[in-house]
Ligand binder design. Structure first.
Ligand code: NAP
Length: 243
């Protein structure tokens, strides 16, 4: 089998673009998709060779374990995991801009952290045995500049910023174990993208998800260049970001 990669949140947005890019680069792709239905954008490529679409809600351990069983029946190893799935707000009434002087929605904050940070950890934990059997042992967490504590200038976005800072720490801890086996972790800020984080396509954002995916793919294919004793936090062009 070709190189194998698991990409979460591949229904649309960056996850779908990453899926297409890695298929084009000869990978076998396991595309984790959530709330799959007839309207899912990934349906447009569902018959692609070397693509396996796997139902997976990263906030739910049972579906992650079921996805692992499905993949284990096809391959004993995964070379790369990309934790891409993420949410910015839990429901449309949640105003993520709220400052500390306003009443915050803690149910929403918990849910965002459960998906963006704990969800990614859940995925790596369940798939760790397959990753250990792979040749690269690379975990890529799609983080955000919003998770940088040292560069923080916002006074709101509590759930999202806290979730990405926690994801960064999860990545640093995972890296310290994986490096014993020749593996590594990248935390990548994909840029401001024309995706669906606000519920509808953000046409005014800087980059198309295809552009970000191509750049992230280049970083991954050139991963040896970014090899480091610590986890690396960088943007889509490989520029380091302060933690
Ligand atoms: N867009 C930006 O400007 C930007 C900037 C910095 C970082 N990022 C990060 O980039 C990553 C990709 O986001 P995007 O911009 O492509 O947004 P998007 O278009 O909203 O895509 C997010 C994907 O994650 C999926 N997802 C949500 N909850 C999930 C769950 N519980 N389990 C599994 N999948 C789930 C979504 O599925 P459904 O839609 O079906 O729920 C969707 O496929 C995220 O981690 C985000 O934080 C984005």
């Amino acid at each position: 089998m070709d190189k194998t990669i698991l990409i979460t949140g591949a229904n649309h947005g960056l996850g779908l673009s990453l899926t297409k890019t890695f298929l084009d680069n000869g990978f076998t792709v396991f595309a984790g998709a959530y709330k799959l239905n007839g309207d899912s954008q990934i349906n447009a490529i569902k018959t692609a060779e070397n693509l396996y679409i796997v139902d997976m809600d990263i906030s739910d351990m049972d579906t992650v374990k079921q996805a692992a069983c499905f993949i284990r029946d096809i391959t004993p190893s995964l070379d790369i995991i990309i934790n891409n799935a993420g949410i910015m707000s839990y429901d449309e009434n949640n105003n993520i801009m709220k400052s500390i002087f306003e009443e915050l929605d803690f149910e929403s904050i918990n849910e965002i952290i459960n998906v963006n940070a704990v969800g990614a950890l859940r995925v790596v934990n369940v798939f760790a045995p397959l990753l250990k059997n792979g040749s690269d042992r690379l975990v890529v967490n799609i983080s955000s500049e919003a998770g940088s504590i040292s560069d923080c200038e916002r006074n709101g976005w509590f759930g999202y910023c806290m979730s990405k800072a926690a994801l960064n720490m999860a990545g640093a801890l995972i890296h310290n174990e994986l490096k014993k086996y020749g593996g590594q972790v990248f935390q990548i800020h994909p840029g401001y993208m024309q995706t669906y984080m606000n519920g509808a396509k953000n046409e005014s954002a800087t980059y198309t998800p295809d552009f970000s995916a191509e750049n992230i793919c280049k970083l991954i294919l050139n991963r040896q260049r970014y090899k480091s004793s610590k986890a690396v936090f960088m943007d889509l062009f490989g520029n380091k970001i302060d933690w």
